[in-house]
Write a protein that binds this ligand. Structure first.
Ligand code: LLP
Length: 421
């Protein structure tokens, strides 16, 4: 459920007409709903009620300061994967003890930043990383709390580019090797083992792979405890999917996911962390764009928008489906037409949808891409020197630009010409 609904013949973001925002901000832009972000965070929080837990928002999905602050004020922790994300989380007011640091390639500079600024835990992905963290913590006179990310060799049944839990993926330590790695961790002076971490992939629409992975984690918890380790926290990752196409079967609900967590690991008495990103931000954001031209091609009709692959890369990169709707509500009986929906960028990959059936729209009209809040703005670029797409946040009858569109001078002035030129 989201808060982008038609009202009196026009699409609204909560209580603000989308067209009014477009008139003020210009297109294209991302538009988020505070109520939707809030609701989705709370669904996870409630799903884990009765267990000691922290929902650590995977901020890679959408990391604008205003979004982070909205979630942090509700009590969210943050899952960060870079020094930049760590700095963003801190700048939004998230305390170090609510920040989890993930990622296969943490650099020394990033590790130092987190040790100095405060960290809930590092999710460690390799033995070399473990040794570097220990060495750095020791030199700073501290001890680093860690979990080891295990790779359970489970097929998440999702797009190959976003599956992470198979043995062939670069993530985590093979679960069969975990006892050995925990033994080494326990012997390192700068390391305090507190738990286990697992994340098997993104956009999961079936609970079965989670069930398999979490049962393996439960078994490992018991083995590690028997080996003498104190395992008090389980980070179960993120990945719960969202419905993208209206025809899609609805993926499992956070409440069903929460029940699965209780069923598989609840008996262990561990504190539970989860790292949802997409389900919190995905349906809380639209990409709003204007139709530039409707072009008749050879046996097809192109809808040429002012948004492009640099603003929303998901269709080009993952063949992702995003629902595209007119901002003026189509008549109930409006006949659908077939369009290839494209952007102005100079490559054929700049195609959002092929042979998409939609109500007819005309040049100058606004359209909105649904489910664009996660992995939308954060993956945008300035390819073709198209200014980085701005972001807007709605709340009730208010809206605010939370990242403005840079002008051409700003973009050009980031370059420098060397003295010899
Ligand atoms: N935790 C870890 C360790 C992750 O790697 C990820 C996502 C998450 C949590 C959050 O997963 P989520 O709940 O958002 O599914 N750009 C791609 C998605 C990449 C996901 C990367 N890792 C896309 O647009 O589909």
């Amino acid at each position: 459920m989201d808060h982008f609904l038609y009202r009196d013949g026009a699409l609204y973001a909560e209580d603000v007409p989308v067209a009014e925002i477009a008139a003020s901000v210009g297109t294209p832009f991302y538009l988020y709903s505070t109520a939707t972000l809030t609701r989705h965070f709370q669904l996870f929080d409630e799903a884990l009620e009765g267990m000691d837990h922290l929902v650590c928002y995977a901020m890679k999905a959408a990391s604008n300061q205003a979004i982070l602050k909205t979630l942090a004020d509700l009590g969210a922790g943050m899952d960060v994967v870079s020094g930049g994300e760590y700095a963003r989380a801190k700048a939004a007011g998230v305390p170090g003890e609510r920040i989890v640091f993930a990622g296969v390639g943490k650099t020394r500079a990033e590790i130092r930043m987190a040790l100095e600024g405060g960290i809930r835990q590092f999710n460690v992905e390799s033995e070399p990383e473990l040794r570097v963290i220990s060495e750095m913590a020791t030199s700073l006179g501290t001890v680093a709390p860690i979990t080891v990310r295990v790779n359970p060799d489970v097929d998440a049944k999702t797009h190959v580019k976003i599956a992470t839990g198979k043995a062939e993926n670069k993530f985590g330590i093979p679960i069969g090797k975990a006892r050995e790695v925990y033994a080494e961790a326990a012997a390192l002076p700068g390391i305090k083992v507190i738990g286990i971490d697992v994340h098997i992939g993104s956009q999961l629409t079936d609970l079965e792979p989670y069930e398999t992975a979490y049962r393996k984690v439960a078994e490992l918890t018991e083995q590690l405890r028997a080996d003498g380790h104190s395992i008090s926290r389980l980070d179960l990752g993120g990945g719960l999917g969202i419905p993208y196409a209206p025809s899609n079967e609805a993926p499992p609900l956070p409440s069903e996911y929460g029940a699965l967590i209780k069923r598989t690991v609840g008996h262990l008495g561990c504190e539970i962390e989860i790292e949802p990103g997409r389900l919190i931000a995905g349906n809380a954001g639209l990409l709003v764009s204007r139709v530039i031209y409707v072009k008749q091609g050879e046996g097809r009709q192109f809808l040429i928008l002012d948004a492009a692959m640099n603003d929303l890369i998901r269709p080009a990169m993952y063949d992702a489906y995003h629902d595209i709707v007119p901002v003026i509500e189509p008549d109930a009986g409006a006949e659908q037409q077939q369009f290839d929906v494209v952007g102005p960028v100079c490559e054929s990959g700049d195609t959002f949808a092929r042979a998409r059936m939609m109500p007819p729209v005309e040049s100058g009209e606004l359209v909105a891409f649904r489910s664009a809040g996660a992995y939308g703005a954060v993956m945008a670029s300035e390819y073709n020197t198209r200014p980085l797409v701005p972001e807007v946040l709605a709340k009730g009858d208010q809206f605010a630009v939370i990242r403005r569109r840079p002008d051409f001078d700003e973009i050009i002035n980031r370059d420098t010409i060397p003295p010899w030129l």
